[in-house]
Design a protein around this ligand. Structure first.
Ligand SMILES: [Zn+2]
Length: 63
């Protein structure tokens, strides 16, 4: 299951969201509720394995 990271364009909060399907049009900021959020594609990762990661570098800040 992919987790996408989003950033609110209104308050600047960044948050993560599990995406179960391609219907991600209703993503809203958990802080201010706006739907003006952008997906940060560079931080996309997969739960339980890094299939898309080619570099075996240690995960940063994962605790
Ligand atoms: Zn917000």
């Amino acid at each position: 299951m992919p987790i996408y990271e989003y950033q609110c364009e209104k308050c600047g909060k960044d948050f993560e969201k599990l995406i179960f399907s391609s219907k991600d049009e209703s993503i809203a900021c958990p802080d201010c509720g706006t739907k003006k959020v952008k997906r940060l594609l560079s931080t996309t990762r997969v739960v339980g394995g890094g299939l898309d990661n080619c570099a075996p570098s240690p995960s940063k800040g994962f605790s």
